[in-house]
Ligand binder design. Sequence first.
Ligand code: ZN
Length: 334
Amino acid sequence: MSKRTSDQNLILRPFLPVMNTTTPTGLHHLTAIASDPQQNVDFYTGLLGLRLVKKTVNFDDPSAYHLYYGDETGTPGSIVTFFYWPGLDARGRVGAGQNTAIVFSAPSGSLAFWQEHLRRHHVSAELRTRFGETVLAFADPDGIPVELVEVSDDARTGWQAHARIPAGHALRGLHTAELTVRSPHATEKLLTATMGYRLVKREGNRARFEAASGGGSGHYIDVIADAVLAPGLGGAGTIHHIAWSVPDDATQLAMQIRLQAAGYSVSDVRDRQYFHSIYYREPGGILFEIATATPGFPVDEPVGSLGTALKLPVQFERARSEIERLLPPIKVTQ
Ligand code: ZN
């Protein structure tokens, strides 16, 4: 990452204290790379019971699918997304300098259901305990670690209308995320000094932080220190970036200024149709995004039919037939 030390930043620094009202409220989404879109849809909708809430393309490269999964409306904190590039077979490697797991919140008492459900679909899983929580750990078809954590105080309901997952067992959204870095100090400092997070627990080489506004599940982030883990390699089977949620454009602008004042090189605001985004790289090498909670996924199709049609931003509509010709069709059963 590049550090900025301009006079302007030095002048701004004393006037930008971290305030709870102008920092991220929690997780917005994780974005990963898939090797096969149909396999990806079958796993995250068919098996895990998430809703495909948007079928679109990578706005920086419309030759790639961008598939969004979440709860009924794709509430920030419930969303995982995947890129798929036709013909690109390069596989990545999960390692240091990456998000290293997709961690969902599951209702108390539901892991017995999920264990049996995964077993019936030939997905091997193992139970673990972490921070006193019960964790069911397995991998998605591309090898990305996925975990379901039993949480007793998460008021979110997840998607309640899946054909085969009982509503009472529905995954509610992201519980936490994992930033695995070789040296955690600078990453932790960014979280606490600039992004408003506070340390809540440490266990072994894992530290858990919570957003300034609190909130529990969906508002955590775990930093794992692993000095000997090989660096991750981007590609299919890895998580590409993590996005933090802010309520509005004004909060995003305040974060952009604060990050620049702290020496980070931050992108300008990008219009992602369903949210607005800025990007920067944290000291451990992981790409961070700050995304607004608005306008949301129903902005270009009704809630009842989210995810059913290929949606393109206006700049790509003229190329729709070419884009549709290159992307393989996917069938969604949910
Ligand atoms: Zn993103």
